[in-house]
Design a binder for this molecule. Structure first.
Ligand code: PBG
Length: 322
């Protein structure tokens, strides 16, 4: 035998020398759930180890993450039912929970990077990402709301706007609104290929944001489709996105690879709530080694081509890689 691939695996020194993919805390974004009130820290029942924080306590959580080297956060708001309406008006109320929290976080930790979420669902009484009329999701009318939301977030100090709504034309619309108001330096990380996925269940529990009727299939992508992601990516590039995202991550590694091979922008992947919950549930039962499964999952997402990973494992990964 002339060729023996096992020689390059014979010791940990050689294995680490030939390692093709390296994971680093600096590539991770940590999603955070923010709730009303004060002194609240409530675990999400379907996401063990992940909490919903009131905005006073989220500051402490951010501080401890910064010490571990996590610098970028993706906060999401859980809005009380009484404050939800058809037009998501709380989403651009500067006195609302989310915008106040963004402002507070950036004042306390100006060095941290905030990627803020643009979509109507947490604030919508219909639980959809757009305006609902006669069972239909109105695209162009929704853009107006998304524009107001993005501008208000930029004014509150957001570094990166993350449109997760999947309306057509939203990246360009938001880019124009930001630029017209002098926020040319605020970035856009587009949820480029966001699939209509069953893996979002625990997130909807955390925010109580599940659709009140119907599903999201008229705006989120069909899990059967890969080439369609190229159409979305072309549009996002033309419309001025700074990053392209694929979501979920593990079941869509082919889509991550496709975008990585076809575009020069950084590629992000969202390792979503259901992907986190599956690992945690199996680990709790003793069916999987939770830590090893986490490391292998994150590594695989990176190997497929993701430069950036949004993951609920960010803090746990940072703790073990200290
Ligand atoms: C909605 C939104 C969702 C997630 C992020 N933004 C859920 C959805 O589309 O219903 C899911 C994230 C996760 O599951 O971790 N704008």
């Amino acid at each position: 035998m002339q060729r023996r691939p096992r020689r390059n695996r014979k010791s940990s020194v050689i294995r680490s020398m030939v390692e093709e993919t390296k994971l680093s805390v600096s590539n991770l974004i940590f999603p955070l759930f923010i709730i009303e009130g004060s002194q609240q820290k409530i675990e999400v029942s379907s996401m063990p180890g992940i909490y919903r924080y009131s905005s006073d306590l989220v500051l402490g959580e951010i501080e401890s993450c910064l010490k571990l080297g996590i610098n970028t956060f993706a906060p999401f708001p859980a809005i009380e039912d009484a404050k939800k309406d058809k037009y998501a008006s709380q989403s651009h109320n500067p006195e609302g929970l989310y915008l106040k929290a963004i402002d507070q976080i950036k004042k306390e930790f100006p060095e941290c990077c905030l990627m803020t979420d643009v979509a109507m669902d947490p604030y919508s009484s219909d639980g959809h990402d757009g305006i609902v009329e006669n069972g239909e999701i109105l695209n162009d009318e929704t853009l107006e709301v998304l524009g107001k939301m993005a501008l208000a977030q930029a004014q509150a100090g957001s570094d990166i706007i993350g449109p997760s709504d999947m309306m057509d034309g939203r990246v360009g619309f938001i880019r124009n609104v930001l630029d017209e108001n002098g926020f040319t330096n605020v970035s856009i990380m587009s949820y480029t290929a966001k699939y209509a996925s069953a893996f979002y269940g625990p997130f909807r529990d955390a925010l109580d944001s599940a659709p009140k009727s119907g599903d999201k299939k008229t705006y989120q992508m069909d899990p059967a489709n890969q080439r369609e992601a190229l159409i979305e990516a072309d549009l996002d590039v033309e419309e001025g996105a700074d990053f392209l995202m694929v979501k979920p991550a593990l079941a869509y590694l082919d889509v991550i690879k496709l975008l990585k091979e076809n575009y020069d922008l950084p590629i992000a992947a969202y390792n979503v709530s259901g992907e986190y919950a599956m690992v945690k549930a199996a680990a709790e039962k003793g069916w999987l080694d939770g830590e090893k499964t986490m490391l292998e999952s994150l590594l695989s997402i990176k190997r497929a081509g993701a430069d950036i990973i949004l993951t609920y494992f960010a803090k746990e990964f940072a703790e073990i890689s200290k």
